[in-house]
Write a protein of this length. Structure first.
Length: 391
């Protein structure tokens, strides 16, 4: 069914990197969500009134909020697809994250409302009516929401859409919520025990949990998050694959929406290369990155010593010491001020992001101690910094 809808309603569906195609995916998924949730709302509301079940009616209004969420997603994806303009030179892609956050807020609001009503029903339960037909309708609802969840998850991963992934998470939460509602009806039909309020409370907590997780996932790219390890490795390997690039470091990726990123990286070149030659190489890499990844890449050129044997020996020694202190440590921008009585080694020390300031000072003291054991003339000038890559 998913493939049929994609082929039927998404023109050029294979070109998922095209902003226009992404917008078509999002609009199609939103319309499917709106229609499915409106139908489910009507069916569950009727069942809830017939059964006099607060958990069923609450579940119905949860579906209505899901329809509203799909409308928000529709508007968000449509606006996020707008090209860059004078006031927004990096495009409007982050609107999609804002839309996903609004979806999370709607989910949390429904969860709080349901929690309040369900707790009241625990202390003041009402008479329920068991109906096999009604249970059948709810089972159909579970099937529809399960399909919607898988549908949005598949398309969300395909086009890297936070709104669709948020909608998928919401739908899977609804599967658990409606299943719990069915359980309460079965318990009442078999034993006559009314656990409607208790089940409604459980459902509300599931809805709240889903909303909070959606909010966390959508706020992360808005606030700023570390570079995904696979992306980090892909970009660094691409840059370092060019002859003349000796290494790279300090890769930072700024996310301006799905498939809209700007990155900066430091690329190491030999200090014996001519300035014009090195600059031409850097320009070539930046242009190729734009064509291959759709990435606006800015490269800072770092000259490194490649001929001086003494410098290379000292760098190798420091790399051994860092590995001895902590195998996760690395260095770059290595410089040497050599002399007979005093030797200054100047470099940037890269530490894991979980290092506290105290831990940084402790490891720097350890490195100084280990270096002194090798050569007491050496003075270290270290600047500790954290990697921007996810752990």
């Amino acid at each position: 069914m998913t493939d049929f809808l994609v082929k039927r309603f998404v023109k050029n569906f294979e070109q998922t990197e095209d902003p226009k195609v992404r917008t078509r995916y999002g609009m199609m998924a939103s319309m499917v969500g709106i229609w499915c949730n409106v139908i489910l709302f009507g069916a569950k509301l009727i069942v809830g009134i017939i059964l006099n079940s607060i958990s069923v009616m609450a579940d119905a209004f949860n579906n209505l909020s899901d329809a509203a969420s799909s409308i928000v997603g529709f508007v968000g994806v449509r606006m996020a697809g707008k090209p860059a303009d004078e006031e927004h030179p990096f495009g409007h892609g982050r609107i999609e994250y804002i839309a996903a956050f609004i979806v999370a807020f709607l989910v949390i609001q429904v969860g709080f409302s349901l929690l309040k009503t369900s707790v009241g029903k625990i202390f003041h339960p009402e008479v329920m009516t068991f109906s096999a037909v009604s249970v059948g309708i709810l089972l159909g609802s579970v099937a529809v929401k399960l399909w919607l969840g898988l549908f949005n998850r598949k398309l969300g991963k395909k086009i890297n859409s936070s709104v669709m992934l948020a909608t998928a998470a919401d739908s899977m939460g609804d599967v658990g919520a409606t299943s719990a509602t069915i359980l309460s009806l079965f318990v009442y039909g078999i034993s006559g025990v009314n656990i409607d309020g208790i089940v409604g409370t459980i459902v509300s907590l599931l809805v709240l949990w889903a909303g909070v997780n959606i909010a966390k996932d959508t706020l992360a790219p808005l606030i700023g998050e570390p570079v995904d390890r696979d992306v980090y490795q892909k970009i660094t390997e691409f840059v370092e694959s060019y002859p003349g690039i000796l290494g790279s470091h300090d890769l930072i990726v700024h996310n301006y929406g799905p498939s809209r990123s700007m990155a900066s990286i430091h690329a190491e070149v030999s200090n014996t290369d001519g300035m014009e030659e090195a600059h031409e190489l850097i320009d070539t890499i930046e242009r190729d990155a734009s064509r291959k990844f759709g990435l606006f890449l800015v490269i800072h050129m770092d000259p490194v010593e490649t001929k001086d044997v003494r410098v290379r020996e000292l760098r190798t020694m420091m790399e051994e010491i860092l590995n001895q202190a902590d195998s996760q440590l690395s260095l770059h921008d290595f410089r040497v001020v050599d002399g007979k009585e005093h030797i200054n080694l100047i470099f940037d020390l890269v530490v894991p992001r979980y290092y506290t300031n105290r831990k940084k000072e402790e490891v720097k003291d350890l490195i100084v101690k280990l270096t002194a054991q090798r050569d007491s003339r050496i003075t270290l000038v270290m600047t500790a910094e954290s990697s921007y890559c996810a752990e």
